[in-house]
Ligand binder design. Structure first.
Ligand code: ADP
Ligand code: MG
Length: 434
């Protein structure tokens, strides 16, 4: 047995893991988050990684192979989900049996235990921050290494250099796992940030446009309203004419309110947020849009989970939901079912709005929330942009999953009162010229 592993074989193992994992992270953002393509892609990359590591171990002794197979095996449930992990488990067992040797049974058992344990903590991993992810992933690795170290010590204790081999194996595995996770998270974070910057730049332009157009429209509206009011005070007009003028003033006020709402897109909310009852807002939204639903043959069902309060402005929250619900109704031109569900998800209120409409392709999903993106003949492409911005300013997020021809689900996550993280400030929109 070599004292320290052959450097070139060890380097090959490290390269296999790094190249595989970074390929994963570079291409993952380009595919649908929960689609079949993603699962197949992750499965292929990680399985190839694992098989290559097992095929080219950097040293061997007494039927034990020293390689970095444990890294892709731990990453599989974290980045590919439990299906990926289950497939990998079968492939691992089959390939380990094919490789054979005196330690086959132990090898299969240890590998399977490692993957089952990693799957059990995969939920925690997904919700953790970068540093905690490394700690969580190290947990199954440390357990595996402890188990292996005992077996290795018993089998190789009389050999020279056993301690060095075991120490190299343990530290290399832990270091490569940590660096791989840090690298993958770093690439993912950079990708998210660059998307955020792109979006913010577009919002900045829209915000400035909104502010200047609204300014131009507001002045003539105010003048018109003033003259209509003067006309209403005249004694020479009939009560019918007075009613017409009142309606005109009412409509002008409504236009004024819409412009104000539009301007609020470009202006960060200065007022202290109050605690808003999400259920009440949803009930209000459903009442408002029920007639619109009837018009399109859409049945709206609301399931609420009482007592969920979020800090924010009730009007903005209504606007957030109205835009999404209205789109969902419009996505069902031949009628259908719209289900709105509010439930607690850890420190968040998770509001799911699911329709049975036309759905969206992957490409369409990626463009959601971009200003002026609309597939409708008379759409403005501003509704979702407003919803995304309101949600972000409340420290929340929106997740969308969709199947063309089957339907779409928007899930809005809003931090509950007392659990609110710092809201993301919409950069560049602070000082519109109004
Ligand atoms: P608009 O409704 O004016 O088109 P939005 O910003 O509200 O603008 O929506 C942008 C686009 O997103 C829509 O034109 C539509 O193509 C797509 N969309 C939004 N929600 C859904 C949904 N529930 N189902 C299918 N497509 C949707
Ligand atoms: Mg819309």
């Amino acid at each position: 047995m070599q004292n320290i592993a052959g450097a070139s074989e060890l380097l090959l193992n490290v390269c296999i893991v790094f190249v595989g994992s970074l390929t994963l992270q570079l291409f993952l953002p380009m595919v649908k988050p929960r689609g079949l393509i993603k699962t197949l892609f992750v499965q292929t990359v990680l399985n190839v990684e694992m098989i290559l590591c097992m095929s080219f171990p950097y040293t061997q002794a007494e039927g034990f192979s020293f390689d970095l197979r444990a890294v892709p095996m731990i990453l599989a449930p974290f980045y590919g989900g439990r299906n990926t992990s289950a497939t990998m488990l079968i492939i691992y067992a089959v390939y380990r049996v094919i490789l054979g040797g005196p330690q086959t049974a132990k090898g299969v058992f240890i590998g399977m235990s490692l993957m089952v344990f990693s799957s059990l903590i995969s939920r925690r991993f997904l919700n953790a921050h970068r540093g905690k992810k490394v700690m969580l992933a190290s947990f199954p690795m440390v357990l595996l290494l402890c188990g292996l170290d005992i077996l290795l010590w018993r089998a190789l204790y009389d050999r020279q250099g056993t301690v060095a081999t075991i120490a190299t194996f343990d530290s290399i595995n832990l270091i490569v796992l940590s660096v791989t996770i840090l690298g993958m998270e770093y690439v993912a974070e950079n990708f998210r940030l660059s998307q955020e910057i792109n979006r913010t730049e577009k919002l900045h332009v829209v915000g400035e446009l909104a502010a200047s157009i609204a300014h131009e429209i507001r002045n003539p509206l105010t003048v018109t309203r003033g003259f209509l009011q003067l006309a209403m005070q005249s004694n020479e007009i009939s009560s019918d004419e007075k009613r017409y003028l009142m309606t005109a003033v009412g409509e002008l006020d409504r236009a004024h309110e819409i412009i104000n709402d539009y301007l609020s897109l470009a202006r960060p909310s200065a007022d202290d947020p109050t605690s808003v009852d999400v259920d009440r807002q949803l009930q209000h939204v459903v009442e408002m849009l029920q007639p619109y639903g009837h018009l399109h043959n859409v049945t709206i069902s609301l399931f609420i989970s009482e007592g969920l309060l979020v800090p924010g402005d009730p009007k903005k929250l209504t606007q957030l939901f109205v835009n999404i619900v209205k789109n969902a109704v419009e996505a069902m031109p031949k009628g259908g079912n719209l289900t709105i569900r509010n439930q607690r998800c850890k420190a968040f209120a998770a509001i799911s709005i699911r329709d049975t409409g036309i759905g969206m392709t992957n490409e369409e999903l990626k463009r959601l929330g971009n200003p002026f993106y609309s597939t409708k003949a008379n759409g403005t492409g501003l509704g979702l942009m407003a919803s995304y911005q309101i949600c972000r300013s409340m420290g929340g997020r929106i997740e969308v999953s969709s199947n063309p021809g089957k339907g779409t689900e928007f899930t809005v996550y809003l931090p509950l009162t007392d659990d609110r993280p710092r809201p993301i400030k919409p950069e560049g929109l602070e000082s519109p010229v109004v």
